[in-house]
Design a protein around this ligand. Structure first.
Ligand code: S3P
Length: 428
């Protein structure tokens, strides 16, 4: 699908971002293996999360409806999963594949899990290696580094493992395996990554302790919990930047998660000079959330590197857009991980923003962006990546002339109503 957009004269109104994608995956998986029934509200209407639901259903977990905003999940308890009759499909979702790999490594049956072309090109050795250390038999294509994965799960033992990268998917895979392993597992992160798994495991009664960057977990039985999933800050981020960079904007974004391991975008935008407000802070299901608002702002450049990177990992394309029209220079470093996301997000962002008149140079692990006065519309492409598509949608809101975005339907991965919400906020 080709999306055609022109800059509106103003951006105004209130939107609710979809339920948090990371929390939704975890709510389905953890409730699926817990004892009892759970109602999960505001489940992410995201193709990625529905892929997780479909894998769990294939393994015998009752989840109704298979796609919907409120899911009823009947947990099968610790030993209730059964061998799937067919190959599991994680589609475009690395979170599904890596978390399910951790879980399946602990189960006494054979599983094969694959994904779409993008997911089959992404690194899986990072989960294969530690799961083998725990005793799992697990193989992958391309010298045990890529999907499809074949997993013959079984008796695992706890390990102490220092993660080579700050990755919540890898950390969560090991925590899931550790729930069924003999003895304690300790996972040490080089720096904090999103901690939704730890929070939910605690709320479900698991024996988990967090001390600095070390997480210890003992084999545990989980109790199902009802959950109201907060809105996804990674989706809200597109409106935060849209509101900041458009000259006549006032946008309110309701019920948005503000977990400190995710909220780096708020700090980055505030530092760049964005006119942001946080109201009505509260907690739901062990996660902080609030209502956010943003108004037209004068932004200046910034530097993003080191421990900040994992806290804004999914927001870097939209931060790059903000930097493209900010005053001065922005440097993004230590973000090599972006090269193995749904697409190579460094090269896709640099290519597409340059095509719209931004002044961007590619670095091996990031980019350097010098702010320009104006972007100009043109033909651009999502590269099959939902966050690149939405970043380009926001670019179109401030570009001169018309912008055409190819492969725009990929927003379904995390935010199916993105184009509708963009239209709703745009005033002619
Ligand atoms: C996610 C973790 C991050 C993030 C992804 C979702 C998760 O990936 O980029 O969109 O839900 O755990 P990594 O763990 O690979 O950094």
């Amino acid at each position: 699908m080709r999306q055609r957009l022109k800059a509106p004269s103003a951006l105004n109104g209130e939107v609710s971002p979809p339920g948090d994608k990371s929390i939704s995956h975890r709510a389905a998986i953890l409730n699926g293996i817990a004892a009892g029934k759970a109602r999960v509200r505001n489940f992410a209407q995201s193709a990625d999360c529905f892929a997780t639901v479909s894998c769990l259903r294939a393994l015998g977990v009752k989840i109704e409806p298979p796609e919907g905003e409120t899911l009823l999940i009947e947990g099968v308890g610790g030993s209730g999963l059964r061998e799937a009759e067919d190959i599991l499909n994680a589609e475009n979702s690395a979170t599904t594949m890596r978390l399910m790999a951790g879980l399946l490594a602990s189960q006494p049956f054979l599983s094969v899990i694959t994904g779409d072309q993008s997911l089959r090109s992404r690194p899986m050795d990072r989960v294969i290696r530690p799961l083998r250390l725990m005793g799992a038999e697990i193989w992958g294509r391309s010298g045990d580094s890529k999907a499809p994965l074949v997993i013959k799960g079984g008796h695992l033992k706890g390990i102490k493992y220092v993660l080579p990268i700050a990755s919540a998917q890898l950390k969560s895979a090991l925590l899931l395996a550790a729930l069924f392993a003999e003895g304690e597992t300790v996972v040490s992160e080089p720096s904090p990554s999103r901690d939704h798994t730890e929070r939910m495991l605690k709320a479900m009664g698991a024996g988990i302790k967090v001390a600095g960057n070390d997480i210890s977990i003992s084999p545990s039985r989980l109790k199902a919990i009802d959950l109201d999933v907060p809105g996804d800050l990674s989706s809200a981020a597109f409106w935060l930047v849209a509101g900041a960079v458009h000259p006549r904007a006032h946008i309110r974004i309701r019920d948005t998660g503000l977990n400190p391991t995710r909220s780096g975008i708020m700090d980055v935008l505030a530092y760049m000079g964005a006119n942001l407000r946080i109201e009505n802070k509260r907690m739901a299901g062990g996660e902080p959330l609030a209502d956010l608002s943003v108004q037209s702002s004068r932004l200046h450049g910034t530097e993003i590197s080191g421990e900040l990177v994992p806290l804004v990992i999914d927001e870097i394309p939209i931060i790059a857009l903000a930097a493209s029209v900010a005053e001065g220079e922005t440097i993004i470093r230590d973000a090599r991980e972006l090269r193995v996301k749904e697409t190579d997000r460094i090269s896709a962002t640099v290519k597409e923003l340059s095509g719209l008149g931004a002044d961007v140079d590619e670095l091996p692990d990031g980019m350097v962006i010098r702010g320009v006065k104006k972007l100009r519309g043109g033909i651009c492409d999502s590269h099959g990546d939902h966050r690149v598509a939405m970043m380009l949608g926001v670019a179109a809101l401030i570009a001169e002339g018309e912008t055409l975005i190819d492969n725009a339907e990929v927003v379904n991965i995390s935010y199916p109503k993105f184009w509708q919400d963009l239209e709703f906020l745009s005033k002619k």
